[in-house]
Write a protein that binds this ligand. Structure first.
Ligand SMILES: Cc1ncc(COP(=O)(O)O)c(C=O)c1O
Length: 368
């Protein structure tokens, strides 16, 4: 079996090796500060006794699971702490497939590329439902695509790469469709703290044995390197997921979980609000400049990303590399996210240099 390796690391490396200054808008790595309490927790950790340097419980530190369960209004037994949302999605998709109710995973187009990669790796088959131009998903299209073969529907809101935030009605319908077809809705909510629209609805709002919610602190606390996420399973699906997590990882990182727990307890809403405001400012700066440059672009309702289309410049890997070399701006080729956005490039607003990047793009496309 050949696995698809997502292109992100390739493009990031290409940008890092360029022999000119490049504004990196490839990765989803926040450039802002983590919560203060997270740094404090980490410092504190260094002086703990050696027993605290050993395996944590495989399913996650008890207090962290308690804190997550209380915040999300679920039973602690339903919570598995994972190595980021990446592992949470993997566990959720694997769990859906091993129910033997079909081997098809319904994905969206455009799609976050790790989902099709994981589907293939897990022996599932991929099927795509087109999102509209704004990135919204019509539940009627999902229902039309669903069948007895559908093991899971994987949805992501706020969405990477489109920036769409699905309204409550869409999420309710996705849960209902999963129930109708005895499938599992995997709801990846890793950008939930970056909802700029006020419309975000968590799938947790709809109680069901047919949905798994995945999330992480990677983005919300600006710590993609810490690898702390979680999945919330229906009670009858959680046991196998915990075993798979243990067989693959033994356990997660104890210092990371310790620091996240401290940050969760001590960080108020103003921290998250500040970061949302920063992002909203960057969206405005970047899209204003794209507008002035005559480009087509998306205005995200949430997440970190703006997609842009420049005439005569499709979003191929080759063109993304050319943009790095010739314009000094690194973005992701739209073709990495599926056929529907192959004319587009995706730019992550995780740099203070968004204005400079937009100026470079404007100048480049003006001249070329
Ligand atoms: C939609 C989506 N899900 C999951 C992830 C991975 O999150 P984590 O770093 O917590 O594994 C990302 C990272 O960019 C993402 O965009």
């Amino acid at each position: 079996m050949e696995y698809e390796t997502p292109l992100f690391f390739h493009v990031m490396q290409y940008a890092a090796q360029a022999d000119r200054d490049v504004v990196d808008m490839v990765s989803g790595n926040p450039d802002w500060e983590p919560p203060e309490a997270l740094r404090e927790g980490l410092h504190e950790y260094a002086d703990l006794e050696p027993d605290q340097f050993q395996y944590p419980p495989s399913e996650g530190l008890l207090e962290l699971r308690e804190e997550i369960a209380a915040r999300r209004g679920v039973d602690i037994e339903q919570v598995v702490v994972t190595n980021g949302a990446g592992e949470a999605n993997y566990l959720a998709m694997a769990r859906a497939l091993e129910r033997d109710r079909g081997d098809e995973i319904l994905l969206t187009d455009p799609v976050y590329p790790y989902y099709p990669g994981k589907t293939t790796m897990l022996g599932g088959t991929q099927s795509f439902v087109a999102a509209d131009e704004e990135g919204q998903l019509d539940p009627a299209d999902v229902r039309a695509a669903a069948s007895e073969e559908t093991a899971a529907i994987v949805a992501n809101s706020p969405n990477n790469p489109t920036g769409a935030v699905y309204p409550e009605e869409t999420v309710r319908e996705l849960v209902a469709i999963a129930e109708e077809y005895d499938a599992i809705l995997v709801s990846d909510e890793v950008y939930d703290h970056f909802d700029l629209s006020g419309e975000f609805a968590s799938a947790l709002a709809f109680d069901s044995d047919h949905r798994i919610v995945t999330n992480a602190f990677s983005k919300s606390m600006a710590i993609t390197g810490f690898r702390v996420g979680y999945a919330i399973f229906p009670p009858e699906l959680v046991a196998n997921a915990k075993s798979r997590h243990m067989l693959v990882n033994v356990a997660g990182s104890r210092p990371s979980q310790y620091a996240v727990l401290r940050a969760l307890r001590e960080t108020g809403p103003d921290y998250y609000e500040r970061n949302r405001e920063l992002l909203a400012e960057r969206v405005e700066t970047f899209t204003d400049a794209l507008e002035a440059a005559g480009a087509e672009y998306t205005t995200p309702q949430g997440s970190f990303y703006v997609m842009a289309r420049f005439e005569g410049y499709p979003g191929s890997l080759e063109n993304a590399e050319r943009l790095i070399d010739e314009a000094g701006v690194a973005g992701m080729p739209g073709e990495a996210f599926g056929d529907s956005r192959s004319d587009w490039l995706r730019f992550a607003l995780v740099t203070p240099r968004v204005s400079e990047a937009a100026d470079r793009l404007a100048a480049y496309f003006d001249d070329s």
